[in-house]
Design a protein around this ligand. Structure first.
Ligand SMILES: *Cc1c(COP(=O)(O)O)cnc(C)c1O
Length: 402
């Protein structure tokens, strides 16, 4: 953040999480407004030609152009940086821009990445189609199987990419164990922490080097804007990420940054409330006769429940169910929901139901989906902020239609 824009840099470094979520990065203009200001400007002016020269030479730190930085975006970056406890944070236009930049800024032709197979659909396209086209070799492993990670990391690798819990199957990767193995071969560990959210899982403390977010999900959490962020060391950001973002331009808009800054103020409250309802649903749906499986990391029935609870403080806001029936039966369940909306988004205050096989994970193909346990009877339920008992009643009534 540029001088004159942080009233008191470092002031909230040691503050409690709740305080950082509301106050972190707050910078007031001369009007002393209460709420964070939006700066919808593409550029900035200089008092003299020499000042412009100094700015471009890097001799003075100030805002130059909003593709490089913007005061509202900087507030968002600082607030998330404080929350994550990272050295540096850079915002991006979307979660996918963050995922791509985290790897494309660091890797070169001839490099190699090892990744867990259970990934968000577009992350999987980056790893299996886009990076290979640029000459980056990628190998996918069963993220839950440490032997497979060990085997894959016997061949030199430059980076490891993983998602835990995974979308939509909610598989858990042992982040500390994989990070330790990756660091032995000097691979950069990048984790997509969207499902866990910054308040439930702290990847940097588990050994990850870089954390990426789709801020579109819980950080906004109210279905309004797209956004993303990459967090890591100052060195990673200065040497790799920042030049890549500056020159390729997936910058976050000031309006989106402002929406996300305000979203962060209530992040903990929203995530905790959604987790409570998700737990309620998980406990009541476990063993339901119309379901062949229920996946929720916070429930004892999850095969990796202990691991999940050792790296996450709660089970999360998303659960998945496998309907005991075919695609038609599954669609009847989805169409029978009255309170949940059918949508491919998640982490919203409105509860949303998704059929991954025909939407978000369609592109993987039947075999690709089978390899990560996504069948045509799986439904992903993103639990919002409606009354938990009413959400449960809605799911139970829709199951009657199966
Ligand atoms: C949604 C999502 C993304 C992509 O984020 P966008 O903001 O939609 O670009 C990446 N990873 C995970 C796990 C997601 O759920």
């Amino acid at each position: 953040m540029a001088p004159g824009l942080t009233n008191d840099p470092g002031r909230f470094d040691d503050a409690a999480e709740a305080t950082r979520l509301v106050r972190g990065g707050l910078t007031r203009t001369g009007f002393e407004e209460t709420a964070e200001a939006i700066f919808p400007t593409s550029g900035y002016v200089y008092a003299s030609a020499a000042e412009a020269e100094a700015a471009f030479a890097g001799d003075t730190k100030r805002f130059i152009y909003s593709r490089y930085g913007n005061p509202t975006v900087a507030m968002f970056e600082e607030r998330l940086r404080l929350l994550e406890g990272a050295e540096a944070c850079m915002a991006t236009a979307s979660g996918m821009a963050a995922v791509f930049a985290s790897m494309a800024s660091y890797l070169a032709c001839g490099d190699r990445v090892v990744a867990s197979r259970a990934l968000f659909g577009s992350c999987s396209v980056i790893l299996t189609e886009i990076l290979p086209r640029l000459g980056v070799e990628t190998e996918l492993v069963d993220g839950t199987n440490l032997d497979q990670w060990a085997e894959a990391l016997k061949t030199p690798a430059n980076a490891v990419f993983l998602e835990s819990p995974s979308n939509p199957g909610l598989q858990i990767v042992d982040v500390a164990a994989v990070a330790a193995m990756a660091h032995e071969v000097d691979a950069l560990v990048i984790i997509d922490n969207v499902f866990a959210t910054p308040v439930l899982q702290r990847p940097l403390e588990l050994g990850a080097d870089v954390v990426v977010y789709s801020a579109t999900k819980h950080i906004d959490g109210q279905g309004r804007v797209l956004g993303g962020a990459v967090l890591g060391t100052q060195k990673y950001v200065d040497d790799h990420l920042m030049p890549f973002l500056r020159h390729t331009g997936p910058s976050m808009s000031p309006f989106n940054a402002w929406t996300l800054v305000k979203g962060m103020e209530t992040l903990r409250l929203r995530v905790d409330a959604s987790c409570a309802s998700a737990s309620l649903l998980a406990s009541k749906l476990d063993g339901h006769t119309k379901l062949s499986a229920m996946h929720y990391p916070g429930h004892a029935s999850h095969p990796q429940h202990d691991l999940a609870m050792s790296q996450m403080s709660k089970g999360g806001t998303v659960l998945a169910v496998d309907i005991d029936g075919d695609k038609d039966a599954t669609f009847r369940f989805l169409d029978g929901l009255r309170l949940f909306d059918i949508s491919n988004n998640l982490g919203d205050s409105k509860s949303l139901a998704t059929h991954p096989a025909t939407t978000t994970h369609r592109r993987l193909g039947v075999d690709g989906r089978e390899a990560v346990g996504i069948g045509e009877s799986m439904v992903r339920l993103s639990i919002g902020l409606e009354d938990g008992e009413e959400l449960l009643a809605d799911v139970l009534a829709a199951l009657d239609e199966v």
